[in-house]
Design a protein. Structure first.
Lengths: 256, 107
């Protein structure tokens, strides 16, 4: 009996330790991947996500909307004007006071400045532009700071992260912290950081947004999937970005 | 169709150079069914031809077994400065073309 208590205590300590380690030194999802996937991400030509980046580069200088302006008309060279932007997102949009991610920022810019229709979430065009913009921050440390404006959203994101849900009754934390590094069927569970998104997933055979990936997790625990770009996913994205402090932007990442 | 081509900008005459091609394409196998149970028609890039100064140097005939966004690599001998023309077509009849200049130096 005493021995069983001791064993339980050791397990509890190990779990606490893994949580503490995850909080202090986050590990990127790519470090959990096999050598072939790591090589695919590291090679800028072989990385299929770069096809979306290449398309985004073309779209960047293609005029759109009734004002006949391209992104480049105002922002000029993305290499300098967009450098570090993805590392600071999601942010609070000062005009609306809502959380906004890169996808949302691109669409806001289209509506306000280009007088163009917003691109549909997860459309090829929006993915390409998002990947291109985020790619300009590759290698830069994720730097989302907590302030008075975004604190309620960070808190809500944190709440979602720790909330058990779905028929499986699982929270994000149950897999991505308490069991990170262990196996789920044939997959190694990562810490669930979003620093590589939009990323090319071999399972999708395409590049997808972080919201698509998060929805896949909701589906996995058999919970109701929030809509793309919904407040719930934006708050969660904000919390995940804050949680990924210490990692660098990897867009376009390659994941299984 | 977005494609990326990797050819060295310059090469020495007689040098063996590596050429890489990546094309964004779903490479639909024809074995899948959509949510309504209808078969998704096969649509793959069935042919890719590369010409170097009008001479064919590489040809690939692809089928259902090739993954989405195919990436190919081959080697060729740098003979003369000139143009490499990449042309491909898929089952839906959509064509793509890219042209890349290669500068060959030396005797």
């Amino acid at each position: 009996m005493i021995r069983r208590f001791l064993q339980a205590g050791v397990v509890a300590l190990l779990l606490m330790q893994s949580v503490a380690l995850a909080a202090t030194s986050p590990r990127s999802g790519i470090t959990y991947a096999g050598a072939d996937v790591r090589a695919l991400q590291a090679d800028d030509f072989a990385n299929p996500g770069m096809l979306w980046v290449a398309r985004g580069e073309k779209l960047w200088s293609t005029p759109a909307g009734r004002n006949n302006k391209a992104c480049a008309s105002c922002h000029q060279e993305a290499a300098s004007s967009m450098k570090g932007v993805a590392a600071r997102y999601p942010r609070i949009d000062t005009a609306t006071g809502k959380v906004i991610n890169i996808e949302g920022r691109i669409n806001t810019c289209r509506e306000r400045n280009q007088a163009a229709d917003p691109l549909q979430y997860e459309s090829e065009e929006l993915l390409a532009l998002t990947a291109y913009v985020a790619h300009q921050s590759r290698g830069m440390p994720v730097a989302v700071v907590a302030d008075a404006a975004n604190r309620p959203h960070l808190e809500r994101g944190r709440e979602i992260y720790y909330r058990r849900q779905g028929q499986m009754n699982l929270a994000c934390v149950n897999c991505h912290e308490q069991n990170a590094g262990r196996k789920l069927l044939a997959e190694t569970i990562s810490e669930g950081h979003g620093n590589a998104y939009p990323a090319y997933r071999l399972e999708w055979q395409a590049t997808g947004s972080l919201h698509r990936r998060l929805r896949a997790c909701y589906f996995g625990v058999r919970a109701v999937m929030p809509a793309f770009g919904s407040d719930e996913l934006l708050d969660l994205e904000l919390y995940l970005a804050r949680r990924a402090t210490g990692l660098t932007v990897e867009t376009p990442g390659v994941r299984r | 169709m977005i494609a990326r081509i990797q050819v060295p900008a310059t090469a020495k005459r007689g040098e063996v150079i590596s050429i890489r091609v990546a094309i964004q394409h779903p490479m639909e196998t024809g074995f899948r069914f959509d949510v309504n149970g209808r078969a998704v028609p096969k649509n793959v890039i069935n042919s890719l031809i590369v010409r170097y100064n009008d001479a064919e140097i590489f040809r690939a005939e692809m089928g259902s077994g090739v993954a989405a966004n195919p990436s190919l690599q081959f080697f060729t001998l740098a003979r003369d400065s000139g143009e490499l023309v990449f042309q491909w077509v898929d089952d839906a009849g959509q064509r793509g073309e890219e042209r890349v200049q290669l500068a060959v130096t030396g005797p």
